[in-house]
Design a protein around this ligand. Structure first.
Ligand code: HEC
Ligand code: HEC
Ligand code: HEC
Ligand code: HEC
Length: 191
């Protein structure tokens, strides 16, 4: 009986794992393209985002930057963290995902927390037949199927704003969303 139960528990665990893996695959199957691609059509959001701390957050990994804060958090201010996989997961765009950040030398345009970390990997939804100047009235629901995030949620931010960060501060979603992402401009077309 015990063995049977163990076998059942085991196959249940396998099913859960398989399900988790397949949903992860769906979200991960779209490619990251980087903020420069979005800039072409969203200059205002791009300029405003460029001034945010998140846009500049890769800088923090260099030797000597924020030395006092690093010391307090028991990190070594004289160490170069720009190739440390632990830090890269939260200080770059699409790290370890298709089209995402690999290294400073090979993917210099994917440093920092860019558009796609909040809006979803753009490789498919920014193709001409989807979100573009020739299809300004795309249906948002169609783009959401292609990787655009329909509604930005707290849990998305908490992928990085969590206690694994050496500098974790309490995360108040509405407050941070309002002041820390980029200035918002009304959309012109129907979606
Ligand atoms: C070729 C032009 C073009 C490119 C490139 C482009 N967009 Fe867009 N995007 C548009 C247009 C057009 C709209 C609709 C604008 C409007 O209604 O005022 C839009 C709307 C959006 C919206 C609003 C979605 C909604 O309907 O609520 C988001 C978010 C967005 N884009 C993000 C991005 C991101 C992120 C990138 C880069 C990965 C990107 N866009 C690249 C043209 C583009
Ligand atoms: C789980 C995600 C995560 C990881 C892992 C992570 N960070 Fe961060 N880091 C953040 C977030 C989020 C903030 C902003 C904190 C806030 O405002 O709540 C931050 C802030 C910082 C700051 C600014 C601190 C200050 O007070 O000025 C530095 C420096 C920094 N990180 C360096 C690092 C280094 C070096 C590593 C690797 C050893 C690392 N981070 C790993 C998410 C992360
Ligand atoms: C840290 C998260 C975050 C990042 C990074 C980010 N955005 Fe946004 N963006 C938002 C939020 C939040 C909204 C408001 C809509 C919502 O709440 O879902 C928004 C709205 C938009 C819209 C709709 C029109 C508007 O201005 O409100 C566009 C277009 C857009 N973002 C483009 C971009 C582009 C392009 C980049 C990169 C250059 C970018 N965003 C980076 C969070 C982000
Ligand atoms: C990929 C990881 C990542 C994601 C996702 C992310 N952030 Fe951040 N965020 C960071 C890092 C790293 C910093 C640290 C920048 C610094 O301290 O200079 C930061 C800093 C910030 C700051 C500036 C804090 C300050 O000291 O003023 C705000 C506000 C913020 N994030 C809001 C958000 C919101 C809202 C979301 C979700 C819509 C979000 N973040 C998603 C990594 C992330």
């Amino acid at each position: 009986m015990k063995t049977l139960l163990r076998t059942l528990a085991c196959s249940l665990a396998m099913t859960v794992l398989t399900l988790a893996a397949s949903t992860a695959y769906a979200a991960d199957s779209f490619t990251y393209v980087g903020a420069k691609k979005c800039k072409a059509c969203h200059l205002k959001e791009f300029n405003s985002w460029s001034e945010t701390k998140m846009a500049k957050s890769f800088e923090l990994l260099h030797v000597g930057v924020s030395a006092d804060a690093k010391k307090k958090a028991k990190l070594n201010p004289d160490k170069d963290y720009t190739a440390d996989p632990v830090c890269l997961a939260c200080h770059t765009t699409g790290y370890g995902k298709p089209g995402g950040f690999v290294s400073l030398a090979s993917t210099p345009d994917l440093v920092g927390v860019q558009c796609e970390m909040c809006h979803g990997p753009g490789g498919t939804y920014i193709q001409k037949e989807n979100m573009s100047l020739t299809n300004k009235e795309y249906k948002k629901a169609d783009l959401v199927k292609l990787g655009l995030v329909g509604q930005i949620t707290k849990s998305q931010c908490e992928n990085c704003h969590n206690s694994k960060s050496p500098f974790f501060k309490e995360f108040k979603f509405e407050e941070r969303k309002a002041k820390g992402t980029h200035e918002k401009f009304p959309l012109k077309y129907k979606h």
